[in-house]
Design a protein around this ligand. Structure first.
Ligand code: SF4
Length: 301
């Protein structure tokens, strides 16, 4: 078996910055610290933060607005995915400090949309429904349409004059370009900025170059960029998304296989290294190499 370590992989600059802001807050403040949603889409990171008594607020169960109305003391951290204008307003209250860990690339896209919105454009935002980055944008502006498929484009009015297209930063570069072309075929006057972030772009380009029998993506199923890495390279037919080394099933492999390993921008390096180290020592015919190491939460952050 041969193992290819796809490069680049793992944490992007936005995630590193967000996690550093959280750690800095814990090191300098002893009161309650809350994160408004998952700081990054990885459940191991959430578990590791709990060890530091940092509370992740589950925004799939209750709205961000409701949480902000209830919290009257402490630090609230906004995630790398960004938040809407309303959230900034609600977090502005006595005895509460907010720390904005929104990725600078996300903020740049929000700024572009704001300029076009203020100039009277209708905005077409290519993104994923219910994803926090898309929600933050869609909830901040009127006259904005979330586009996820050609059907969404077909449902638009034919009478759209000033039209601006942009996108969520972690979408597939290939699918996004296809949707932009489709919009342009119907609305040739539409202006656009392709806003896939560099970290997403270079990880997707790297995965397209890989020649392997099996692809392993270390990532969380909630992570949009991890899901895209799994989908993109259609030449690899055996593909698996795993959270950590424990999810590997040795029956997936044959001794002749070349196995490529990558990981999403929200996956801790420790988890990916564990997978790579395990596969590099794995000998299918030797059961003593099949035993997997356990994940130590204290090594995640
Ligand atoms: S994936 Fe891109 S947009 Fe998202 S946090 Fe990383 S650098 Fe920022």
């Amino acid at each position: 078996m041969k193992v290819i370590k796809v490069s680049p992989r793992g944490y992007c600059k936005g995630v590193v910055r967000a996690i550093n802001l959280v750690k800095e807050a814990r090191n300098t403040y002893e009161g309650p610290i809350y994160i408004l949603g998952l700081i990054v889409h990885n459940t191991f990171v959430k578990a590791a933060l709990e060890e530091y008594h940092i509370i992740t607020l589950d925004t799939s169960k209750k709205s961000k607005e409701s949480y902000l109305n209830e919290i009257n003391e402490g630090i609230i951290i906004f995630t790398a995915h960004g938040v809407s204008k309303k959230i900034y307003e609600l977090a502005n209250k006595p005895n509460v400090k907010y720390i904005d860990a929104s990725c600078l690339d996300v903020l740049k896209t929000q700024q572009l949309i704001k300029q076009k919105h203020d100039d009277g454009y209708t905005i077409l935002y290519i993104g994923k429904k219910n994803h926090p980055e898309a929600e933050a944008v869609v909830n901040s502006f009127d006259n904005i349409h979330l586009i996820h498929s050609k059907d969404d484009i077909d449902a638009l009015s034919s009478n759209l004059n000033k039209l601006y297209i942009t996108n969520q930063t972690t979408m597939s570069i290939y699918d996004t370009k296809e949707l932009i072309s489709y919009i342009k075929s119907k609305y040739p006057h539409a202006e656009f900025d392709l806003e896939i972030c560099d970290a997403t772009k270079i990880r997707q380009e790297a995965i397209m170059q890989v020649n392997a029998d099996v692809l392993i993506v270390v990532g969380d199923k909630l992570s949009n960029n991890s899901n895209k890495l799994l989908e993109l390279n259609k030449n690899i037919t055996r593909k698996y998304m795993i959270n950590c080394v424990s999810d590997i099933n040795v029956s997936w492999f044959t001794p002749e296989d070349t196995i490529a390993v990558t990981s999403g921008a929200s996956t801790p390096t420790y988890l990916t290294n564990q997978v790579i180290n395990y596969l590099e020592q794995l000998d299918i015919s030797d059961e003593s190499t099949h035993l997997k190491p356990s994940v130590e939460i204290s090594k995640i952050l």
